[in-house]
Design a protein around this ligand. Sequence first.
Ligand code: CO
Length: 418
Amino acid sequence: MAYHDDTVGERQAGNGILSRRFFLRGVGASIATASVGVAAARSESMMAPGGPMTDDGSPSPFEAHVVRSPISSAAGTTGAGVSRTPLQHLTGLITPSRLHFERHHSGIPAIDPGQHRLAVHGLVSRPSAFSVESLDRYPMVSRIQFLECSGNSGACTAPNPVPGTAASLHGLVSTSEWIGVPLAVLLDEVGIDDAARWVVAEGADAAVMSRSIPLDKALDDAIVALYQNGERLRPGNGYPMRLFLPGWEGNASVKWLRSLDVTDRPAMTKDETSKYTDLRDDGLAEQFTFPMGVKSLITSPSPGLSLEGPGVYAVSGIAWSGAGRITRVEVSADGGRSWGEAELIGEALPLCSTPFRVAWSWDGGEATLLSRAYDESGAVQPSRSAALAGRGPGSFYHYNGIQAWRIDAAGEASNVYV
Ligand code: CO
């Protein structure tokens, strides 16, 4: 949305980044797009009763383009691939459940919750099986937190910029309210042995997705999630139950959770040996690299959303970190030569996506927009070259480098490297 240029205030960085207080001051009538005379006339929608109620609350037909896209699946498989959250069409911190990204290794299993059991066994005193109904009777906690695939943004490790959108390049991150039973409660229920160090989580999908989780994390903030954004988990997000490990790479939050094997060592499953390890340039590979790094992304403007013409725009996006709260986001309009501070919208929650926004006066010339996030651990989102340093060939997990969008004179955005 463009604002008339006569409200432009103090600048805090080059190429038109305005004061962080610009939106707080109020922009008065300058954002209106039609005269009062036109707006005051009765519209057609007022002339006859409206449509009936619907049972699924579908979005307006004018929003039909806001879907998970692109979806990509390995050739010859049923659902071994990803669907992406359309970040450039969303705002706020909660991702609507129908738009939460998915990453599956062998499709979405159809599970009858009445038949499903979670077995907790191994180095425990009382091996137990929990049904959905029994878990519903345990204490529960709510976590409004992000989930990000460790492969998210991996396309940005390519030697040349891949044409794409916020969704196609970075859409494997979403945020939900997850409600479930603390894993510590279930482990206490079964009584873990002194020798216990790991918990091997296994899913009920055809890929038997399995990850070894350090016991410390299991006892800290891990939950067995049953609800997402107020309803039962969606099938693509693990119905009827999934592990949820705040701040950690998504694949470790095993969906369709069926077994937790308490062990004294990691299981070395295919999902933590052939996949989800990080090859370094010295030939060694790092294993069990779980936390996601501090990161941010400008979602507007971004590719596919074009600017209407010179004027004042909101540059907005989201920031998140696997190390805790976001403390600061900076935005540059001149390719990183100067930076201004963005406003964080709402309270920054730990391990949660945090929306940000800053006003930008676009003069109609070429500009390169960047955002850079800081978290409470003191970590700063790295430049692309810093994020690539030390990586071996083909290493693309955990990429959190700064994203640059070039804005051309026509107001179109594209992916570039700076
Ligand atoms: Co990792």
